[in-house]
Write a protein of this length. Structure first.
Length: 116
């Protein structure tokens, strides 16, 4: 029961849902997510912590960078529902294009502005 409520909490914030949608493009560095969401690094870190706790995302650390991806665990049906629902939402295409633009940026240059 606790797992379901954690997923519900994670999906209750628009920015966390946008982060999940961004991760549907593949694994992203935290800096990519910060740039995409236009939020403070600490805010994005907190959002990603909630998503990870819910089992919706997994993470790995590589050097200085933290990378996130959609989880393959028992939360997969919830993720499939979110992605299907988002397909026809207003602004979804704009967000997808924005993620691709952010992915085109050099990770080291992008992250340099957040690692002061």
């Amino acid at each position: 029961m606790r797992h379901i409520t954690q997923i519900g909490k994670a999906l209750s914030d628009e920015n966390r849902v946008r982060a999940l949608a961004a991760l549907s493009a593949g694994e992203l560095c935290l800096c990519h997510l910060i740039e995409h969401l236009h939020l403070a690094p600490s805010t994005v870190s907190k959002h990603m912590s909630i998503l990870k706790e819910s089992g919706l995302v997994e993470s790995r650390k590589q050097g200085r960078w933290q990378y996130y991806r959609l989880a393959d665990g028992e939360a997969r049906p919830a993720l499939a529902w979110v992605m299907q629902t988002l397909k026809n939402q207003p602004g979804a295409d704009k967000d997808r294009r924005a993620v691709l633009r952010v992915l085109g940026q050099n990770v080291e240059e992008l992250c340099a502005c957040y690692k002061k």
